[in-house]
Design a protein around this ligand. Sequence first.
Ligand code: DUR
Length: 288
Amino acid sequence: QKSVYADTNGVPRSGTPGRVLHIGLADGEIANRIVVVGHHSRAELLSGFLQPENGNGIFKLASDRGFLTYTGMFGGQRLSVVSIGMGLSMMDFFAREARAVVKGNMAAVRLGTCGCLQDWVKVGNVSVASQGSALVQRNYSHFDGSAADVKPYLLTELCLPDDELNAAVVGALRDAMGADKVVEGVNITADSFYSSQGRADPAFNDENSDLVSEVLAKYPNAITMEMETFQLFHLARSCLPKGSFRAAAAVVNVANRPTGDVVGEEALRTAESVGGKALLQALCNLQL
Ligand code: DUR
């Protein structure tokens, strides 16, 4: 009987041509320059900037695990836009499985959404994690009672983006949106939208009322909070050979936590579209 996939102790593949299990792609179906988004509608919007590689139209593949990939041409370069959903695990699937099916060096820029931690950061503007990203994790051992003396949340040191790619991203966003609409600082990635982002939910024991102020005490330049950037930076830096996977990240500010402001639909679409096209341009210009 034929197995459902091969290489279970490596990066498994199924079928012929071999497709990685979760993003569903075979060798070469994704370009080595990639814009990574969370929402399928954002990927579809940005796929509108791609030209077909050949007579067949733009490559599109929706995996049965929730990933959506478009591949085409932009400014003479092959580029992909991938929607991955949310969170650390989905970014892990993306980074590892894309790495497995891309030949040679690769570069990925995230265009996501975030909550803002500073009252002066405006919703509808775009924030770039130029100063790096740190991870906040719920410390499970604290909550299950086995180690009640340890802190309820863990906070890592900073992980940095690729210098050259980050500079290209900031430049392209400023040109496209206007310099006043682009802010730079530290990103905080959290392993939950709720507990480890300091949201109050009386239905759970979260012990998180001081969390955001503790994060800001360690990282006064923290401007954004979301759920993916740290994993992208961490895996890009962990990729072998060193320097073969470069990453940067920008996010549309959808909510301001201190003021309670939330972005309007039209402003969000504009930032996604203008910002996304700028990221395609930055990746297109990058020497890989
Ligand atoms: N996101 C957050 N926190 C926010 C706003 C947006 O994590 O306050 C991002 C990350 C995740 C998705 O992908 O949007 C959750 O709504």
